[in-house]
Design a protein around this ligand. Sequence first.
Ligand code: SF4
Length: 221
Amino acid sequence: MPESAAKRRERAGKILTELKKLYSGADCALHHKSALELLVATILSAQSTDENVNRVTKDLFKKYKKPADYLAVPVEELEEDIRSTGFYRQKTKSVRAMSQALLDDFGGKVPDEMDDLIKLRGVARKTANVVLGTWFKKNEGIAVDTHVGRLAHRWELTPNSKDSKDAVKIEKDLMDTFARDDWTFVSHATILHGRQVCGAKKPDCKSCTLRKLCPSVDQFL
Ligand code: SF4
């Protein structure tokens, strides 16, 4: 018999309790000291690892301190500065267009509203959620990256259907499941669990303390 919504929420509550035990201080792994730095780092993190982005931004953020700085250099120079994060041409376009929009529409500051953030080039809900949750401490949604998407399916908190890769749908299902106050934590902690225990290819179910709550455990043991 399929699990009822009430039972699913109850199970999700237990998963959350365990995540809080495992990852009580879970936070964004991208190094940053301002909303702008976090926004740029999150744009650069697409198709890259946080470690790689942190390596690049260590020098990048010494050179580019405000939106105008990303526009003051030739395009090729910024491309070279972020090259090792991959897709550097596209990311350069995004960072420059985003910087221009910050100057034109937001007085050079990163806005703290979802509707404003997602108007910026290169900024979809995932990036906006990272900035809102991590920097502005606003639970507006749940950042769904590859780890959160994979674990939401393994935990069966979102259905495996033809739109199962749709991050917005996954986010909505998770938002319907967890209390708003927990949204940012759910994202950070799930990413850590995906990295440390429940990898894409070889989930370590034997040592996973969530296995009694996880409907996928039989697939991998
Ligand atoms: S039991 Fe296995 S599949 Fe389920 S969360 Fe843990 S590692 Fe992932």
